[in-house]
Design a binder for this molecule. Structure first.
Ligand code: SF4
Length: 158
């Protein structure tokens, strides 16, 4: 049977949305086991691959050049990319430093430079095309379940 090939990715945030995904599996695992092929989820397994994904679910805001490059790579490897959680959707609450005053920014500038951080922490849609959103902080369980089940239908798995 054809399964939906998904990846779960994490950027700047606290991984609360990925943890929510794992909590959802507590009651959806057996139902989804034959329908969903989780190809990439570092919180769940050690061997991961991102090539040829149907859907990439991405958590977190983008705060560095390295992250921007990585999310573009994910975009090239998936047919749909969905932002999960408010950090990914609008940057908040992981974008606190965007609102620092000049003195505070001066303090952190050496660190930002060293790790090639972007001037602003930005949502995914500022870097790549985004096809959908699952709101909440952490993401709302029901909304994620609805979203994934809609993708199962869209990709002809069910
Ligand atoms: S949206 Fe909330 S729970 Fe999800 S990564 Fe950001 S801070 Fe964590």
């Amino acid at each position: 049977m054809q399964r939906l090939k998904v990846g779960i990715f994490s950027f700047t945030g606290d991984e609360g949305c990925v943890i929510t995904f794992l909590e959802i599996l507590n009651y959806k695992f057996f139902e989804w086991r034959d329908l969903v092929d989780i190809r990439y989820c570092k919180t769940l397994k050690s061997k991961n691959r991102m090539e040829g994904l149907d859907v990439a679910f991405v958590e977190g805001a983008i705060s560095s050049e390295k992250e921007a490059k990585r999310v573009k790579e994910i975009r090239r490897n998936c047919r749909k990319l969905i932002s999960i959680g408010s950090c990914a959707i609008d940057g908040s609450p992981s974008n606190h430093r965007n609102f620092f005053d000049k003195a505070r920014m001066k303090e952190i500038r050496p660190v930002m430079k060293k790790f090639r951080h972007l001037k602003k922490v930005v949502p995914l849609k500022d870097i790549v095309k985004v096809d959908g959103e699952v709101p909440g902080c952490p993401m709302l369980e029901d909304a994620f379940v609805k979203c994934l089940e809609a993708e199962l239908k869209e990709f002809g798995v069910v």
